[in-house]
Design a protein around this ligand. Structure first.
Ligand code: MF3
Ligand code: CO
Length: 255
């Protein structure tokens, strides 16, 4: 049986998810042209520690920072650096916490200043695809139901779905079974059960879906150099209606 969590465990994971959600909003407040991604990282680390938690990514398999900050054609796992954000960029901010033995993990792609209509459409579609996937996180369904919902939505709009990187179960470990691809077929894959906790995280490309690995061994970059977007929430599979543990409400109420 794949990672069914008890309600006590889910309560701790709910706290992690809340802390991640609040941290993303703190970071979002300072995103503007001229700010470096290292500055974002520093705000996030201090904020997470102020809540009494620890950064979930720092040191994870050697990862060197609190956040993944992935600009434009970088899909995920970008290292925070001295590069300054500029007007029209998009930056995926992926954040994790560790608290009371459990992980939290969520991501949001922010526009920097004013972005083009096409870029805005990519962000909207990627976020909408995440919610399409979440709707399928119900007991009795299958992992493929989630992937198909994400894939059919974004492909109908002409976007690409990254294949090499997938969502995942989460708990005492950041990455647990099952894998949660953003593509697939309804009725296929692992059966979804009440109390499974998963991270759904569409990684969607404006152009072709192919990616390559950065020389630094982490960054995932679109092969055609076009933008990619990434949104992630932590969800409990439930009977009837999924329970979404993390939220973008703190980010979006700042807008
Ligand atoms: N949210 C990311 C993921 O699910 C976690 C980043 S991996 C790390 O892959 F190593 F940077 F922590
Ligand atoms: Co994740």
């Amino acid at each position: 049986m794949i990672g069914i969590k008890t309600e006590e465990e889910i309560a701790i994971m709910r706290e992690n998810a809340l802390m991640v959600s609040q941290t993303l909003a703190e970071v979002g407040k300072i995103i503007a042209p001229g700010v470096t991604t290292k500055e974002l990282d520093s705000v996030a680390e201090k904020y997470i520690r102020s809540l009494g938690a620890e950064p979930g990514f720092l040191g994870y398999e050697g990862y060197p920072a609190t956040l993944c900050t992935s600009i434009n054609e970088v899909v995920v796992h970008g290292f925070p650096s001295d590069r300054k954000l500029k007007e029209g960029d998009i930056v995926s901010v992926d954040c994790g916490t560790k608290y009371r033995g459990f992980y939290g993990d969520s991501a949001y792609t922010f526009p920097v200043g004013k972005v083009s209509e096409g870029t805005k459409a990519l962000l909207d579609a990627t976020k909408a695809s995440l919610y399409k996937g979440i709707e399928k996180a119900v007991a009795g369904g299958r992992i493929g139901d989630i992937g198909e919902a994400v894939q059919s939505y974004v492909e109908s709009l002409g976007y690409g779905v990254v294949r090499e990187m997938v969502g995942h179960g989460i708990g005492h470990n950041m990455h647990e079974s099952p894998e949660v691809p953003n593509y697939g077929r309804h009725g296929h894959g692992v059966k979804l059960k009440d109390g499974m906790v998963i991270c759904i995280e569409p990684m969607i490309t404006a152009g072709r879906k192919e990616i390559y690995l950065d020389d630094n061994g982490w960054g995932i970059i679109t092969a055609d150099g076009k933008n990619a977007a990434h949104f992630e929430l932590t969800v409990v599979v439930r009977k009837g209606t999924p329970e979404v543990l993390s939220t973008f409400e703190f980010i979006e109420k700042n807008k």
